[in-house]
Ligand binder design. Sequence first.
Ligand code: TRP
Length: 463
Amino acid sequence: MQEERAHWTSNVGFVLAATGSAIGLGNLWKFPFITWENNGGAFVLVYLLCIAGVGLPIMMAELLIGRKTQKSVVGALKDAVGPAWGYVGAWGVLCGFILLSYYTVIAGWSLYYFARTVGWMAGGLPAGTSLGDLFGAQSANAPLQLTLSLGFSLATVAIVYLGVQRGIERIARLFLPILFGILLLLLVSSFAMSGSGEAIGFIFRPSFSELTPESVLEALGHSFFTLSLGMGAMVTYGSYIARHQSIVKASAMIVLLDTLIALIATVIMFTVIFTAGMQDQVGETGTVGMLFIALPQLFFQEGVVPFGSLLAPLFYVLVALAALTSTISLLEVVTSYVIDEKGIGRHKATFLCGGAVFVFTIFAALSFGSTPGLSTIELFSGKAGWFNTADHFVSNWMLPTGGFAITLAAGWFMTRDATESELVDGTEPGWFRYNVWRIFIRYVAPAAVGAIIISVAFGRDFS
Ligand code: TRP
């Protein structure tokens, strides 16, 4: 017999869980770095427009498809649109699977840096430590990488195993307030540093002469990643919403919180960098460099971060918590598909899916060492190893195509009645205009996402 579908116990619980999915390494690892690369200001403004004009309408579309059908992504798209749309759902499940396989590895690094920074709390950074070398050594250390990512995978599996209410929602309720607290503490302490004015100027003062068409597309691509859109994660979470919970309000809240956290994280990181006068070095170390090479060094550098040696471990707790609330959402996409479509119980399904994903996590974890094959496969030029291959494929191809399909589903294939009755149901806030949403989901969002796909086809790289 089919168990009754679980629902979030409250609106707050749901918003926190979905916000936990959205807030992740994208906010702490990708956004600050691409803001840096694109010279801040104007890029941030464009990003905010993308979030509001494309991200928010698609967020509503995904949640409404989930709530309407009460099914995970494959069944939801079949029910809401038509049988062939099951393939679009399956594309999303595959995307969740691949993304989770390497996301866990980065999450594992945060555990490593937590342990190291705790170790340096008392005596400071040992003389002669090169954090660039340390990063290289840890990422190439196979047993270490396997241990870290196995630990993180087990934590993820344990939470998803407990289910929607006792696992996912409870963890979100517990961890997100801690995450917000740590972030605020770091923000307040960054205001005490001399570089904070410069950092804020860099982030918020737009200079449009530096804006290129590529940076507009990069902002757009990132708005998908950071909001967990384009792969059915929000469809899945939406399927646990009870009828009386508002999709519009929740979407606005999730999008707002995710954006706020990304901006705060960027202010903190840039303040540290400007205070130390490290501007020149940051660009060279790439995306991972900012989080795992530049920052740990600066936390322990004399005169940069007040109480830096205390704040450093807290910062990596923040990264780990943000990552964990995202990995559970990724695993839930895959697991709920198996539960709903294959009729397997949650406990068994969680182990099955967690185990299958972990096989690929092994590939990702060994991507940086010298394991033959794993660190050298190169399906996309310049992207050696499973880790880079997967990141490239997900960010460039899977999320934009999945998101494009969602806009078509909600804007063109579902009837007006079907979407209107979900969004305008008496729970929506006064500012919401269904017709405006409809224009965005039918025209603006597909045109924008279509532009990403075309530019990727012509060789642009957004990973
Ligand atoms: N939003 C997450 C982040 O910013 C990454 C992500 C993309 C994700 N799609 C997802 C997380 C789906 C959970 C589910 O880090």
